[in-house]
Design a binder for this molecule. Structure first.
Ligand code: PHE
Length: 338
């Protein structure tokens, strides 16, 4: 019995020393010390011993079990530490490596220009107004003093939706919608998408405009020029020259086209300004009394001006973009530059 116990212990200690890993050690524990284990089996033989031998062998059983336990516990602890240090090594993070940058979008140059223009006019007391892109003929033409069959309708290559519905060709219908909704004083700008059947390097069938409208007692052409000068100076720089040329729009009288000194050559003459030194950026004028009649404003007692500009054209001048189509291709290599 004693010999068997000692053999068992020696075998156990060897097996423990030779074992690799937590699982094997747990198997060894079950095999030796478990309810159906080898040591338990040996203990069953205790009863067959002589009475005086029993306590001595019993004590030996205890020592053997303690020895095995101690060896097992120590080996388990070592094995668990190995597992942890292996994990620490394999999952090590090199915090000195450069991070991965998430891909961030940028604002479209057209949005940037709209935001900038709106904020300049907000500083001048203009509120932002909006209107629908599918518009009635009446708002887009008729109320703006384009009678049916009027040749001025040909200036704008209209996309028709059905009978009296069309894609608005300019933001000027927002003038009408605003004046029908509110009485003077009016001071609004209206950014938005407009459509014309036209497409080349400087024209897109879909583009953006910003409309301006100011109506009050005693608004003069001088106020128009003053506001537009403040505006162009803020948008293009303090000393940008401004020039007004006589023009024609059915809904303004007198009308003007507004040029700024070429931002590319400074007025000396280049390809962009076609050697004129000037760039046309907007149309403007004093609101025609005929328009007031359509919105029931008293033309005798109020006056006002309106203006409208193309955003893409301004974005192209501001950022030196030579082909308008670049603005609509959505190539991120282009868009990221702004
Ligand atoms: N709506 C005109 C256009 O698109 C521009 C304009 C607006 C002219 C307001 C005068 C006054 O050409």
């Amino acid at each position: 019995m004693r010999e068997k116990l000692e053999q068992l212990r020696d075998g156990a200690l060897q097996a423990i020393a030779a074992s690799s890993g937590v699982e094997q050690l747990q198997e060894i524990r079950v095999r030796l010390l478990g309810r159906k284990g080898e040591l338990t089996a040996l203990m069953k033989g205790l009863g067959a011993l002589a009475a005086e031998e029993r306590p001595i062998v019993g004590q030996l059983v205890n020592t053997v079990r303690d020895d095995i336990e101690t060896a097992l516990t120590a080996a388990l602890m070592a094995a668990e530490e190995m597992v942890i240090s292996d994990r620490l090594r394999s999952e090590r993070v090199d915090i000195s490596l450069p991070g991965r940058h998430p891909l961030k979008g940028t604002k479209h140059p057209v949005s940037l220009v709209i935001e900038e223009i709106c904020s300049i006019f907000a500083g001048l007391g203009f509120a932002v107004a909006e209107g629908p892109e599918i518009e009635h003929d009446w708002y887009n033409f008729e109320a703006l003093n384009f009678p049916p069959e009027h040749p001025a309708r040909d200036m704008q290559d209209t996309f028709f939706v059905e009978n009296n519905l069309l894609l608005r060709t300019h933001t000027s219908p927002v003038q009408i919608r605003t004046m029908l909704k509110q009485k003077p004083p009016v001071r609004i700008i209206a950014p938005g998408t407009v459509y014309r059947c036209d497409s080349d390097a400087t024209h897109s069938p879909m583009f953006h405009q910003i409309e301006g409208l100011m109506v009050d007692k005693c608004v003069t052409f001088g106020d128009l020029k003053g506001i537009l000068t403040v505006f162009t100076n803020q948008l293009f720089g303090q000393k940008t020259g401004v020039r007004l040329r006589p023009s024609y729009f059915p809904f303004t009288e007198p009308s003007a086209e507004v040029d700024i000194a070429c931002v590319i050559c400074g007025g000396k003459g280049c390809r962009v300004c076609k050697n004129s030194g000037w760039l046309e950026i907007l149309g403007a004028g004093m609101v025609d009394p005929e328009v007031y009649r359509h919105v029931q404003y008293d033309a005798e007692n109020i006056s006002g001006f309106a203006f409208g500009m193309g955003i893409e054209r301004i974005a192209m001048l501001k950022y030196g973009i030579s082909d308008m189509r670049l603005l609509f291709e959505n190539d991120v290599r282009f868009l990221r530059q702004f």
